[in-house]
Design a protein around this ligand. Structure first.
Ligand code: PMP
Ligand code: GLU
Length: 398
């Protein structure tokens, strides 16, 4: 028998991907599933981006590229940061990886390890704590609540910092809550880290998806000293509907990029050459496609919030960014649905999927029991019908 390593035994499978796989299984068995689990735009990648990839492949750009990405793709990233956020960066500040999840993994592997503490406000994206644990470092969770808009305060942050703190992970706009910190709130948080010997890893992958008056902030631009202390992560999956292309990137001081380059060179070599060509087209090309998708997400957000608000016992803080509704369903705990007692977010989601074929991700996977996450990156019709199914099912509880 082959033994499974300690590392693999300590890692939980991604709850979001597991929820997506469950729905896929049911669909394959012919069941109509209202699947709100995966955070994945339903739009296809815009045509001009696909065409750039096709042309690159036909022109022979099918070989290994430099491990950290081609000069063209890094230049496109630098140009985009200058125009979108006013951030100055050079090619030596950039590494492209196989999706932002890979970027986060490599950034953590390059900077933290056993004995180090990494502060993560909850609710957090499912993979953060496992990615930290995989390095041997310890995730330090700071709980936030719906009452504070799921925002960590500087006082909470200061209380979590110890001599072992090596990193703070931030994610604004946030998956799963949709929380967007204001510039002033972020300034107060980073100032609370000024005296600590710690980096800030800022995952800004939803930066192009904010609604109403909410504005994204690139943390590295907030204070002059942050350029040397910040690891900025982003990617093409969400803004450009490019999940399958696996394009994520990191902007960081050259020493961090060099360390990540060494890790990546032993681990995966370069990211896909064809995907890099597609990313150049995405960042340098027309941006109307992003605006159109954002407009549709904004309409779906209105629809989703309006419908969920009408459900008895459901409490929903309005998401200002990303494409998730994260709502409190704890008033249903203790009730029986069919033959199933629901007493936590996992049993709620399991019974809901089995009995009504509506698929959410349990809040516990994001470090927030009592909640579920609904992705509204799907058609308005699916949202309307799925929430109606949810409403009818909630009515069956006794
Ligand atoms: N960060 C956050 C907050 C996310 O929601 C995701 C989900 N896709 C990622 C990173 C990783 O994205 P990808 O690997 O597709 O670039
Ligand atoms: N980030 C998305 C989500 O939270 C996609 C799945 C994943 O990468 O875990 O659902």
């Amino acid at each position: 028998m082959i033994r499974i390593s300690q590392l693999a035994s300590s890692v939980k499978p991604s709850a979001t991907l597991a929820a997506g796989a469950k729905a896929r299984q049911l669909k394959a068995a012919g069941v109509k599933v209202y699947d709100f689990s995966l955070g994945e735009p339903d739009f296809n990648t815009p045509q001009h981006i696909c065409e750039a990839a096709e042309q690159a492949a036909l022109a022979g750009q099918t070989h290994y590229t430099p491990t950290s990405g081609t000069p063209e793709v890094k230049a496109a990233i630098c140009k985009w940061y200058k125009s979108f956020h006013g951030l100055d960066c050079a090619l030596e500040n950039v590494i492209v990886s196989n999706g932002a999840k890979h970027s986060i993994h490599n950034a953590l592997a390059a900077t933290v390890g056993p004995g180090d503490e990494v502060i993560i406000p909850t609710p957090y994206w499912v993979s953060y704590s496992d990615l930290v644990s995989m390095t041997g470092a310890t995730p330090v969770l700071v709980n936030t609540t719906a009452e504070s808009g799921f925002k960590m305060t500087p006082t909470q942050l200061r209380a979590a910092v110890t001599p072992r703190t090596r990193m703070l992970m931030l994610n604004s706009p946030c998956n799963p809550t949709g929380t967007v910190y204001s510039r002033v709130e972020l300034e107060a948080l980073v100032d609370a880290m000024d005296g600590a010997d710690a980096a800030i890893l800022s995952d800004e992958i939803y930066e192009q998806l904010t609604y109403g008056n909410a504005k994204p902030t690139c943390i590295a631009t907030l204070r002059p000293w942050l350029k040397d202390r910040t690891i900025t992560i982003s990617g093409a999956s969400k803004s450009y509907a490019m999940t399958g292309w696996r394009m994520g990137w990191t902007i960081a001081p050259p020493a961090v990029i060099k360390a990540m380059d060494a890790i990546q060179s032993q681990e995966t070599s370069c990211p896909s050459s064809v995907s890099q060509a597609a990313l150049v087209a995405a960042l340098n090309g027309p941006q109307e496609c992003v605006a159109e998708m954002r407009k549709e997400f904004a309409a779906r957000r209105e629809l989703t919030c309006g419908l969920l608000r009408q459900l008895p016992g459901v409490k929903l803080p309005v998401p200002d960014g990303a494409f998730y509704a994260f709502f409190d369903i704890s008033s249903y705990f203790g009730k029986t649905f069919g033959d199933k007692l629901v007493n936590d977010s996992l049993s709620f989601c399991t019974a809901l999927l089995e009995q009504a074929h509506v698929n959410f991700v349990p809040g516990v996977a994001f470090g927030a029991e009592g909640y579920v996450r609904m992705s509204f990156a799907c058609s308005r019709e699916t949202i309307e019908r799925g929430v109606k199914k949810l409403k009818d099912w909630l009515g069956t509880g006794s």
